[in-house]
Design a protein around this ligand. Structure first.
Ligand SMILES: Cc1cc2nc3c(=O)[nH]c(=O)nc-3n(C[C@H](O)[C@H](O)[C@H](O)COP(=O)(O)OP(=O)(O)OC[C@H]3O[C@@H](n4cnc5c(N)ncnc54)[C@H](O)[C@@H]3O)c2cc1C
Length: 519
């Protein structure tokens, strides 16, 4: 049987892409190597009776307009919690709860000038993030063409910044290339506020607060939060896998066929054009277009093969920085963790261990030398507070742990247990008694993330999100608009603009590009 389009991978972006292609009248097949759909947005058991969002664990990046367009709530998506607050845990003082990057609400416990500074900073960065929202949602223009539609796209992007007004535009251009450390030093004196705001700039990246470009990653995340609207930050009922399941239903509703447990071994080429895929079983399936949700390195170097690409393009792909620095910890607990002085509302929200920028920078320092952090920064959720059905008894703790380098000196095999103990010790310091309540534990290092989710290097964004891998040069020049040098082959995953997070925008934009090329 032959298809109009084959989507390689049923990550959330692959599913979004397939749905929109199906709705555009294409005959679409999605082929997923794993047994379940969702890629790194899945819910699975990690200890008998305990389920967790195994990769992404919080929802904050998908624009509300896309969520509505895909009718995800109609296809069964429900929320266990929305508008979750962020609480910074501190050892020496009480925790501080903030609405990070979403609204300039009042912050209890942060009075006087610091409270005013936070409100004004949040308002300013939200204006800047708002200017980025249309850029993130658009197919990036191509560099160096005379084509007027591309020139128009550039003008539209520049207009987003110009529209900010003279004062804001200057400030935007001043800070966009800065590091978040310097920006926060300019604005705040409270260590906890700075630690919390800096954490959001480095989460899922290879950055510390002093790394250039960390304001860009902060604004990228804030733009996502803003587009998500009332859902940010949210916990889907049933975990992140529920988002992927609703997406799969939306795809099937659009006539898409989804096959799981089938790995694509090769993207086929006939007469200088993509002609379909070959599965690991040897079966060949024909298609006019192949859209890859696999990361760019896998797509070009493994599935397509370098023999079809010019040397310069291959070199660029080989140089995409894909080594992940975030690990994931899952704990099965026989009782709810008791974080010191934490309110019930905070425990149901997002907790972070990033008490200061210095703490965060020190945690990052180790990774420069191929070591894991001995005092890691952690984003924590206790999803069973909002969604008790995730555990047959007790509670689940899910944590994203910065910093755990993919290429750990000496390898992960002999150091995994020690790092897990370090992470648990760190948590125990903020939640005394936690260790005793653990009945099961799982640590996913970037190497495990690479293996489980088939993402090269285990990188959250399928490739670092940085100025040299951003927008029209993401993942590399020559593949920045979802199309690739091989006619009929497209990219639709996090490695493409606008990067990772469960946003669905790469999938949506890729579908628009495929349809545009066909018309
Ligand atoms: C530890 C961690 C925590 C995170 N936390 C959050 C969070 O809280 N919130 C958030 O928004 N984002 C988070 N992210 C980021 C987010 O999970 C990813 O950026 C996003 O899910 C990527 O989606 P995708 O569809 O582009 O790719 P993926 O989810 O990587 O999907 C790609 C799919 O392609 C399949 N595939 C690959 N090769 C083949 C092949 N040869 N044949 C068939 N199928 C193939 C894979 O099996 C996979 O299913 C986190 C990421 C990590 C690693």
């Amino acid at each position: 049987m032959s298809y109009d389009c084959i989507v390689v991978g049923a990550g959330h972006n692959g599913l979004v892409c397939a749905t929109l292609l199906g709705r555009a009248g294409k005959k679409v097949l999605v082929v997923e190597a794993a047994e379940q759909v969702g890629g790194s947005a899945i819910t699975r058991e990690f200890h008998p009776g305990f389920r967790v969002s195994a990769g992404a664990h919080l929802f904050y990046a998908m624009p509300n307009s896309l969520l509505r367009d895909l009718k995800l709530e109609h296809y069964g998506l429900q929320w266990a919690a929305r508008a979750m607050r962020t609480t910074v845990l501190q050892l020496d003082k009480g925790p501080l709860s903030l609405a990070v990057g979403v609204a300039d609400e009042e912050t209890p416990g942060l009075g006087g000038s610091e409270g005013l500074a936070l409100a004004s900073y949040q308002a300013k960065l939200q204006r800047f993030a708002k200017a980025l929202v249309p850029m993130l949602a658009a197919i990036p223009p191509r560099l160096g063409t005379e084509d007027w539609s591309n020139r128009l796209k550039f003008l539209k992007l520049a207009w987003q910044v110009r529209k900010l007004g003279r004062h804001d535009m200057r400030e935007f251009l001043r800070i966009i290339g800065m590091n978040v450390y310097d920006l926060l030093q300019e604005n705040f004196s409270s260590s906890a506020v700075k630690g919390a705001l800096a954490f959001d700039a480095v989460l899922g990246t290879n950055f510390g607060p002093r790394s250039p470009g960390s304001v860009l990653t902060l604004l990228h995340r804030m733009a996502g939060l803003q587009a998500t609207g009332q859902n940010a930050i949210a916990q889907p009922q049933g975990g992140m896998g529920a988002v992927s399941e609703a997406l799969a239903k939306a795809a099937q509703g659009a006539g898409v066929s989804i096959k799981t447990g089938l790995a694509v071994q090769k993207i086929l080429v006939d007469q200088d054009r993509t002609s379909g895929v070959q599965l690991q079983s040897g079966e060949k399936i024909g298609a006019k277009s192949v859209i890859s949700n696999a990361d760019p390195k896998t797509t070009f170097l493994t599935l397509l093969g370098t023999e079809y690409l010019d040397t310069e393009f291959v070199r660029r792909v080989q140089h995409i920085r894909t080594q992940g620095l975030a690990a994931k910890i899952h704990l099965a607990l026989n009782s709810a963790p008791c974080f010191t002085q934490i309110s019930a509302e905070s425990l149901a929200g997002r907790l972070i261990i990033s008490p200061s920028m210095e703490y965060l920078e020190k945690a990052f320092n180790h990774s420069k030398y191929g070591e894991y952090s001995t005092a890691p920064a952690i984003e924590i959720t206790v999803p069973t507070i909002n969604d008790p059905a995730l555990a047959s008894r007790g509670h689940v703790l899910s944590g994203v742990v910065q910093y755990a380098p993919y290429a750990l000196k000496g390898g992960w095999e002999n150091q995994r247990q020690r790092f897990m103990e370090t992470v648990i010790d760190t948590l125990e310091a903020y939640a005394p008694g936690l260790r005793k309540s653990i009945v099961g534990a799982e640590l996913l290092t970037p190497v495990d993330i690479e293996r489980e989710f088939r993402m090269t290097g285990g990188h959250w964004h399928h490739g670092e999100l940085a100025f040299d891998q951003f927008m029209m040069v993401r993942p590399v020049p020559g593949a920045g608009q979802y199309r690739t040098p091989m006619p009929g082959l497209f990219l639709c995953g996090a490695g493409s603009h606008p990067g990772g997070g469960v946003a669905g925008l790469a999938g949506r934009n890729a579908a628009l590009q495929v349809v545009a090329e066909d018309s």
